[in-house]
Design a protein around this ligand. Structure first.
Ligand SMILES: Nc1nc2c(c(=O)[nH]1)N[C@H]1C(S)=C(S)[C@@H](COP(=O)(O)OP(=O)(O)OC[C@H]3O[C@@H](n4cnc5c(=O)[nH]c(N)nc54)[C@H](O)[C@@H]3O)O[C@H]1N2
Ligand SMILES: Nc1nc2c(c(=O)[nH]1)N[C@H]1C(S)=C(S)[C@@H](COP(=O)(O)OP(=O)(O)OC[C@H]3O[C@@H](n4cnc5c(=O)[nH]c(N)nc54)[C@H](O)[C@@H]3O)O[C@H]1N2
Ligand SMILES: [Mo]
Length: 755
């Protein structure tokens, strides 16, 4: 594949704060490049407003009332990227074979623009050729009717609306499977599993107003300035009240150090910055369990726990306390990479707070012990009664803009989470009860050939998932690949042995006209608030269909008619789909259409936030971790822990450019960041090209070559590379134990000189 860089690499540390003039300049660079600056400017003012559209970037909460400009640098990039005036037309495909396009970088593929026509892969010419929607649906339906339903996967990336997601899971279940993996399986599934077991709900309990009352924030493994920049406003206001923020992160991420509010003229003019972290602990990758155990040990041994809360609301405290007391500081310091005094200071600060929130991201979830990480975080909160009161609780920062909502309306491979009885009663079919395939299992099925057909509702599965080489080989052996997408990506370029269909859809920012008129859709943010979203921009092409229309088109061509499931009526008026959602999930969505009129959206509720614990014991559960190393592998000579991270210039596999501004990495993504002492010990020099080799115990050859070594402030033994470039290094078996999230934040690798 083509290398991922543009001009000459530059590794000059960035002096500025997060936000500030740097973010203004970055926008000024990116918006004109998409050749639609006027439209983009107009649309940005509608972003995250009640009558506007919900940003297509991250899932962070949208305040009410909104700021005059309720968007951030990266949300603006996502908007510009979607409403670009660039187009990938049939002419484009006439000019390029798939073999040629596979040499393009991720950046160049998507930069080519929006897909305009439904396309079918033609093997004779190795090109995509145009087809009509009727041809596409008929062909896909004919194929799908021929399989054992267990052989088909229905993947969803986390962007599709609640309405689309509901239709998609219904189609899969009526077809006969729950093979409904979604991007959440690579992301916060450790949260969904861990929080559910610990406190009885699969989502965080905190909301935006908790930032107004909290008096301490613990922050683990989340890169706020890049991945949820709007949260910087909340962190800034918390700091204005002098509330401590304790950060655990192997990297010194600029947004966690200091911020200048680009929407505040005085701050901008005077260059005033807000310091974010009051204590910054550069924990080793995979070392958080040890750090949290250290804090717990200190709290317990200094009698700084909330005994009344523990007695009334929790289970298994004594066993946990015994474990914490028995754990030695030697082990804690070794496994965390932190000094005892630093951990004690953090514990003491935490103990001084009446209410504390714990914010976290992929740095906790994407580990072999990712579920333990989440549960240990809950332990820490439970010790001081920090769940179910204002200003307190877990705050997992979700990724895709509707990834949490998809799960809420039934996109899940797990029967116990699906409304099986309600579906049966309402639509008169027998929903499958066999557990479906999650992402890791779906990859396994593609690789071993048991999966024959793969339908993707968005996303870039081949590039986002681990074990790239085997996955691509397996993908080429599929009998059917159906890709519903807005832009071209690598998953579209590996044709199935049978048929491959590329189906272009409307984006959320575009006007969606159906029989009943212009439609709105809905999404759920990270704090469980449901928002309406109305697109108003002209569609990228007259040939696009909406996602609900595409799902319904496939369903009608595949399933026997069912009068209880009027696909066409539902597509004509999404309010009818919302009525279905309300009927099937009344506890969250009663009076759905009516409540959407509430400005700022509505909260779907959360039992744990009211201290109702929906667990087998009826209490919040302490857990006793069996090890304090979250990586799932032992240290060995020459073995490093590779953390794969996002740059400031990408949205997952969508690469907007080559500037990771805050980290001072510019012009290339082909890098490996290393501790200076590790470089010296290996004789690797700044800028030298090296190869990373996977060091999993299965002895399989996994390599990424041509990475430039860059000296960087990372803990010894840890190295950093970009996702998705480093995904070929991740073994499929290297995933979180209970949640199956690929363990992308500690991948065992060796450094081989010579690139
Ligand atoms: N602009 C933009 N926004 C996005 C995305 C995007 O790609 N671009 N992606 C969206 C999606 S789907 C998601 S899931 C989120 C992802 O947002 P994040 O959760 O921030 O994910 P990453 O960028 O992978 O960064 C993880 C952070 O964890 C740290 N880290 C790594 N290993 C460890 C560890 O062992 N312990 C600790 N304490 N920290 C560790 C890294 O240094 C990094 O700061 O963002 C969403 N928002
Ligand atoms: N090594 C490593 N791997 C990781 C991660 C990591 O941190 N490290 N992070 C993981 C995480 S958290 C996630 S969420 C996954 C992400 O995995 P995915 O969700 O599968 O990937 P994306 O890159 O978000 O998908 C981008 C594509 O979505 C399509 N798209 C964009 N908008 C729309 C739309 O409105 N509708 C439709 N139908 N299609 C659209 C476009 O064609 C675009 O090319 O990757 C995971 N993989
Ligand atoms: Mo994600």
């Amino acid at each position: 594949m083509a290398t991922q860089h543009d001009d000459r690499p530059d590794f000059t540390p960035y002096p500025g704060p997060s936000g500030g003039w740097g973010s203004v300049k970055s926008l000024a660079d990116i918006i004109p490049r998409e050749k639609n600056p006027v439209e983009t400017g107009k649309e940005l003012l509608r972003q995250n407003k009640h009558d506007g559209f919900a940003c297509v970037s991250c899932a962070w909460a949208k305040p009410h009332p909104p700021h005059p400009a309720e968007f951030c640098e990266n949300g603006a990039k996502a908007t510009a990227w979607e409403i670009t005036s660039q187009r990938v037309t049939p002419d484009f495909f006439r000019a390029h074979t798939l073999t040629a396009l596979r040499e393009w970088s991720d950046y160049r593929l998507e930069e080519a623009g929006r897909l305009t026509h439904p396309m079918r892969y033609d093997r004779a010419t190795d090109k995509y050729v145009t087809a009509t929607w009727d041809e596409a649906f008929a062909a896909i339906g004919a194929k799908l009717k021929g399989y054992d339903p267990r052989q088909v996967v229905f993947y969803a990336s986390g962007r599709a609306s609640l309405e689309t997601s509901y239709l998609y899971q219904l189609m899969a279940r009526m077809y006969g499977n729950q093979n409904l993996p979604d991007s959440s399986n690579m992301c916060h599934e450790s949260t969904s599993v861990g929080l559910k077991a610990a406190i009885g709900v699969p989502v965080g309990t905190t909301r935006l107003d908790d930032f107004d009352t909290t008096d301490c924030i613990l922050h683990f493994g989340q890169n706020v300035a890049t991945n949820s920049p709007r949260m910087l406003h909340q962190l800034r206001s918390v700091r204005k009240r002098d509330v401590p923020i304790i950060v655990f992160n192997p990297l010194k991420e600029r947004g966690l150090e200091r911020f200048t509010d680009p929407q505040n003229p005085i701050e901008m003019a005077t260059g005033k910055e807000t310091q974010i972290a009051t204590q910054y602990l550069q924990v080793k990758a995979g070392g958080d369990l040890a750090a949290m155990m250290g804090m717990a040990k200190w709290l317990i041994e200094h009698d700084r726990v909330d005994a009344a809360f523990i007695a009334e609301h929790t289970h298994d405290y004594d066993a946990f306390a015994a474990k914490a007391r028995a754990t030695g500081w030697d082990e804690i310091e070794r496994e965390s990479g932190l000094a005892r005094a630093e951990i004690e200071r953090a514990a003491e600060t935490y103990a001084g707070a009446k209410a504390a929130m714990a914010i976290y991201g992929m740095g906790l979830t994407q580990h072999v012990k990712g579920v333990d990480n989440v549960r240990m975080l809950v332990n820490l909160l439970l010790l001081r009664g920090n769940i179910g009161k204002p200003g307190a609780g877990p705050c997992p920062v979700r990724g895709h803009s509707n990834v949490q909502g998809q799960r809420t309306v039934g996109i899940t491979e797990k029967t116990e989470l699906a409304p099986v009885d309600k579906l049966k009663e309402r639509y008169g079919f027998e929903p499958p009860t066999q557990k479906g395939l999650d992402t890791v299992e779906a990859c396994g099925g593609v690789i071993d050939g048991t999966v024959k057909a793969f339908v993707s509702l968005g996303g870039n599965f081949v590039r986002a998932a681990p074990e790239t080489r085997l996955l691509e080989e397996g993908w080429a052996g599929l009998d059917l690949s159906v890709q519903i997408a807005t832009k071209l990506n690598r998953s579209h370029l590996i044709p199935a042995a049978g048929e491959t269909w590329l189906l272009p859809c409307l984006g959320r920012i575009e006007r969606d006209l159906q029989a009943a008129g212009a439609q709105m859709v809905t999404v759920e943010d990270s704090t469980s608030v449901i928002h309406p979203s109305v697109g108003k921009v002209d569609p990228a092409s007259p040939y696009l269909l909406s996602e609900p229309a595409i799902v319904a088109g496939i369903a009608k061509a595949t399933l026997p008619p069912n009068p209880a499931v009027p696909w066409d009526e539902w597509v004509g008026d999404y309010a009818l789909v919302r009525d279905e959602i309300a009927a099937v999930f009344p506890h969250f969505f009663a009076r759905f259409n009516e409540r959407l009129k509430e400005p700022g959206g509505f909260w779907k509720g959360n039992k744990a936030a009211n201290r109702e614990w929906d667990t087998p014991t009826g209490k919040a559960e302490f857990v006793i971790p069996d090890v304090l190393n979250a990586t799932g592998f032992a240290d060995a000579g020459g073995r490093f822990r590779l953390l794969t991270v996002r740059s400031n210039d990408q949205f997952n596999t969508t690469v907007y450019g080559y500037s990771d501004r805050f980290r001072g990495i510019n012009g290339t993504r082909q890098v490996v960041l290393m501790n200076r002492a590790d470089m010296d010990a290996l004789g690797v020099t700044q800028g030298q090209k090296v190869t990373l080799a996977g060091d999993a115990d299965d002895n399989m050859d996994r390599r990424v070559a041509g990475l430039m070594a860059v000296a960087y402030d990372v803990p010894p033994g840890c190295v950093v590379g970009y996702y998705p470039e480093c995904n070929p290094l991740i073994a499929l078996a290297h995933h979180a134990e209970e949640s199956h999230v690929p363990a992308a934040k500690s991948v065992p690798v060796r450094i081989v000189a010579g690139g």
